[in-house]
Design a protein around this ligand. Structure first.
Ligand SMILES: *Cc1c(COP(=O)(O)O)cnc(C)c1O
Length: 365
């Protein structure tokens, strides 16, 4: 009798979509990995040395609250360190935020298509995801997001620039949205790609914190700092929320190497800005070339572009892979291509040109 019983998973966990990571290169073949929005540069110079030093003391637990790192971040951002909570990537911080505020069955309103970690994190926290389609230009539909808020809504997620479609919100849009949201609904503004934004009136979530108690800003070392493998992200919010998020966090969640590496990265801001500028210049070059080829794409404000290929997304990704470029297909919707090193971008542009040349006669037929 007892032998036939087994542990059951919570139904919402059993039903979860798996997070699909960007394709990884197979050994021994030159490929350009444009599938995970990583930076194509080697480690920032001071980071390597800091990691080597930190590695000597791995028999010790790290500083539980990463005091040195949060102090340094606080100084850079002009906020007290108590308002900052670091975690094992900003994805982990998002989970801690949801764990801190969501009761079973609470609703979390989010744009969709957006970051694929969102619809996984929400049910794990026991909440229910309410997805609001982005518009035809890949932008958040802020009116529809607002209209989706009910008495059950605990959190609204905003992603600017939106991964994977690319457009960014303006500060004015976010401020107006915050003003329209009930003060007991938490708004999470995910600014993972903030450094790459080149629009008028870009968002700066931290500047909105004094006006809006119900805002949490997420940022990360994974993108502009080129430290995706180290896993460090953080939230900035009012103290009371920060205390709750910290309480819900994994103890010692940011390991000693990650703390040391992120701290060292903050001492190399000039190089960070130079590298971001190089990526933005390459992005502009890619956008111009795609337009010349006849592609229509949403305004890319992160380090990636979005090709809305619908049912041909998987085929495009397979073609690109055969020619040495890994991209990220979302089948039935589109393909996200990160801006990488110039040679990789050139190869992607060749593939895109051949693809559109092959299809154009069909489209006109
Ligand atoms: C890449 C990305 C992050 C960063 O996640 P980490 O866990 O910090 O690596 C967060 N949000 C979005 C939308 C992203 O695309």
């Amino acid at each position: 009798m007892a032998a036939s019983r087994s542990v059951s998973l919570r139904p919402e966990i059993a039903a979860l979509p798996a997070y699909v990571p960007g394709a990884r290169p197979t050994r021994g073949r030159q490929v350009y990995k444009l599938s995970s929005n990583e930076l194509p540069f080697p480690l920032l110079p001071p980071v390597g040395a800091a990691l080597a030093d930190a590695g000597v003391e791995l028999n010790r637990y790290p500083d539980m609250y990463a005091a040195e790192l949060t102090e340094a971040l606080g100084e850079r951002l002009g906020v007290p360190a108590e308002k900052i909570v670091v975690g094992n990537g900003s994805v982990a911080v998002l989970s801690h935020i949801l764990a801190a505020v969501c009761r079973p069955g609470d609703e979390v309103v989010m744009p969709w298509r957006s970051f694929e970690a969102y619809p996984i994190a929400v049910p794990v926290a026991g909440a229910v995801a309410v997805q609001v389609p982005v518009d035809d230009a890949g932008r958040h539909d802020l009116d529809a997001l607002h209209d989706a808020i009910t008495d059950q809504t605990r959190v609204v997620l905003l992603c600017s620039p939106n991964n994977p479609t690319g457009p960014a919100l303006t500060q004015t849009e976010v401020r107006e949205f915050l003003t329209s949201v009930p003060p007991d609904v938490l708004v999470v503004l995910d600014e993972a790609y903030l450094e790459f934004v080149r629009i008028e009136d870009p968002t700066d979530g931290i500047a909105l914190l004094p006006e809006h108690k119900n805002l949490v800003v997420l940022r990360t070392f994974s993108k502009a700092y080129g430290l995706a493998g180290l896993r460090v992200g953080y939230s900035v919010s009012r103290r009371r929320l920060a205390t709750g998020i910290r309480a819900a966090s994994t103890p010692f969640g940011v390991n000693a190497m990650a703390q040391a590496g992120a701290l060292a990265a903050l001492s190399a801001m000039e190089t960070v800005h130079e590298r971001v500028a190089q990526v933005v210049a390459e992005r502009d070059r890619v956008v111009a070339a795609l337009a010349e080829q006849g592609w229509q794409i949403p305004d890319p404000q992160g380090n990636f572009v979005w090709l809305e290929l619908g049912r041909r997304s998987a085929a495009f990704a397979a073609t690109a892979r055969d020619r040495g470029v890994l991209v990220r297909p979302f089948d039935g919707e589109g393909v996200r291509v990160s801006v990488g090193e110039p040679e990789g971008n050139d190869l992607f542009l060749d593939i895109a040109a051949d693809w559109i040349a092959d299809r154009a006669p069909l489209a006109n037929a």
